[in-house]
Design a protein around this ligand. Structure first.
Ligand SMILES: Cc1cc2nc3c(=O)[nH]c(=O)nc-3n(C[C@H](O)[C@H](O)[C@H](O)COP(=O)(O)OP(=O)(O)OC[C@H]3O[C@@H](n4cnc5c(N)ncnc54)[C@H](O)[C@@H]3O)c2cc1C
Length: 504
């Protein structure tokens, strides 16, 4: 039977869409480039690592260059693990997130420790696309201006970069706004003398951006990669471990990469930016035979004391609200204290608006300043190699007398705060093993004097031209403040210097 006339003649009066061109399918949620292809390309910039520092450098370069013809390679040792910060995933609460990311498949302890402390060390490395920003706590205060005394530039010089970093990371104090419990406890803290106590600045973006919905409110470096992907261009390889940098007459020329099956590739680049973390950058530099006594030295971190308590909180509102309080480092105290509501899910109202539990569990966390000292360091293990055949890392760390004094002050201040605002502590604050806080910094520290630092103020090695470091390892001192915001700000400053260098 023939079709009705109006179907046969449809093209005469309706414009029919042309068929779609064949799709160049993606195998993953972010485009990847095979190492074979990378090895045939001459790159302008190679970025090693995709955490806070690597993501920030890539974001800035792509934002400025757009699709302007420069070639960028990004090389990541870990796999594609999560497409966003773990807290953006509905199935992961805090407890399940930690059980997932602490899996030894991604997080590897450093076994070779040397310390004269009574407590063991707990340094570890986490390998995945996104680095530790996949599950970091998002606490993002700026460093105190006094903490820049050992830096090659001042707080004022970093200020414009702090402002950029806060914008791109979505840092604000909105998380706790209109929260009954937050306002109440802040009032109590200020009354007993902690006048600087404030809403904790967190990297959680409260502005709706994508089609009216926000799909990645909690910041991770994957947000930076997303922007870079949309406005610029770069090649990304995962499961690709950089083990060495190559130099020629004092200038970097490329890197050596190993796959998990130990297949080796050489990737060539005019500029190399190491952003593989405080523990891994000196590992790569020491394996490359770069002669500089300061590489791996002046490891700094935080002393970390923690405790838990109960707070009876009588209130009339249906929701008590979020809680995240910061008692910041000041010119009087070389530590900060954080006060959080533990297990916030327990206090979320049910569909009738009822809250089951009024006896609130509160956790308190103190981070104390640690002095940068020559003897605190990472080195290559003389007799142990890892699964890639590369010498293992060894960490040497101990607290100084001054560090121990800060710890004592911090613990008594936490007890004083708890008592003053009505938190009944279950146990006195205890000191966590050094390394567990994951704030380690400083093994490739910046400085003006090449005898006491590895890079200049822009993160370029004193010893090797065009070889940059742009992550936690360049921070010479971190006071008592969470480091990630400063890592991102300093990395963007380094990226600006690289833009300037390549322009000339
Ligand atoms: C549970 C937790 C909570 C935290 N909370 C906070 C917080 O609230 N506030 C704060 O400021 N900080 C916090 N931090 C610390 C913060 O996450 C780190 O300071 C920050 O991520 C360090 O950035 P980075 O770029 O130096 O290293 P990373 O983010 O670890 O990135 C390093 C990257 O390099 C890759 N890599 C390593 N070796 C190689 C290699 N050889 N070749 C190629 N790639 C390699 C890694 O896989 C990773 O992607 C927290 C950390 C943890 C673990």
């Amino acid at each position: 039977m023939s079709s009705p006339r109006y179907f046969r003649d449809v093209k005469q009066y309706i414009h029919v869409c042309s068929s779609n061109p064949p799709l160049d399918y993606l195998d993953h949620w972010i485009p990847l480039t095979p190492l074979e292809q990378m090895a045939r390309t001459d790159y302008d910039v190679i970025i090693v690592g995709t955490g806070a520092g690597g993501g920030a450098v890539l974001w800035r370069l792509c934002d400025k260059w757009r699709k302007g013809g420069k070639r960028i390679a990004v090389i990541e040792r870990g796999d594609l693990l999560l497409p966003t910060h773990a807290m953006n995933l509905p199935t992961l609460n805090y407890e399940r997130m930690i059980r997932f990311v602490e899996n030894p498949k991604f997080k590897q302890p450093i076994t070779c420790h040397h310390t004269d402390l009574a407590i063991p060390l707990d340094f570890s490395q986490f390998f995945a696309f996104g680095g530790r920003t996949l599950y970091w706590g998002t606490g993002s205060p700026r460093f105190h201006p006094l903490d820049f005394q050992t830096w090659p530039f001042t707080y004022q010089e970093l200020l414009p970069y702090y402002q950029i970093a806060e914008r791109v990371m979505g840092v604000s104090q909105k998380f706790t706004q209109r929260s009954t419990i937050q306002q109440n406890l802040l009032r109590r803290l200020r009354t007993i003398g902690y006048v600087e106590a404030t809403d904790f600045p967190l990297a959680i973006d409260h502005n709706f951006r994508k089609n009216g919905l926000h799909l990645s409110a909690v910041f991770s470096s994957i947000n930076l990669f997303a922007h870079a992907l949309n406005v610029g261009a770069f090649d990304l390889a995962v499961n690709a471990r950089v083990v060495q940098v190559f130099t020629d007459k004092g200038t970097v020329v490329g890197v050596q990469v190993l796959t998990p099956s130990r297949k080796a590739y050489v990737i060539k680049g005019k500029i190399v930016v190491l952003a593989a973390s405080t523990l891994e950058n000196p590992h790569i530099l020491l394996c490359s035979g770069i002669q500089d006594e300061s590489i791996g030295r002046y490891l700094v971190n935080h002393s970390w004391a923690e405790t838990e308590g109960r707070l009876e909180f009588v209130h009339s509102e249906r929701e008590i609200g979020n809680m995240a309080i910061l008692v910041p480092r000041t010119h009087r105290q070389r530590y900060q204290v954080e006060i959080h509501l533990d297990q916030p899910y327990e206090y979320a109202p049910n569909i009738y608006g009822e809250i089951g539990n009024r006896d609130l569990r509160i956790s308190m966390r103190g981070f104390g300043a640690v002095e940068p000292r020559y003897t605190n360091r990472v080195s290559l293990s003389p007799n142990q190699v890892d699964e890639y055949g590369i010498p293992k890392l060894a960490v040497h760390f101990t607290f100084s007398e001054r560090d121990l004094h800060v710890i004592q002050q911090m613990i008594s201040s936490m007890e004083n705060q708890a008592c003053g605002i009505g938190i009944h502590l279950i146990a006195p604050p205890c000191l966590k093993p050094p390394g567990r806080e994951s704030h380690e910094s400083g093994t490739c520290r910046m400085g003006n004097n090449p005898h006491f630092s590895v890079t200049n103020q822009y993160g370029e090695l004193h010893q090797v031209s065009n070889l940059f470091v742009a992550d936690s390892s360049v921070l010479p001192y971190i006071g008592g403040t969470n480091p990630a915001l400063t890592i991102v700000a300093v990395a963007i400053r380094t990226a600006d210097y690289i833009l300037h260098r390549l322009k000339n």
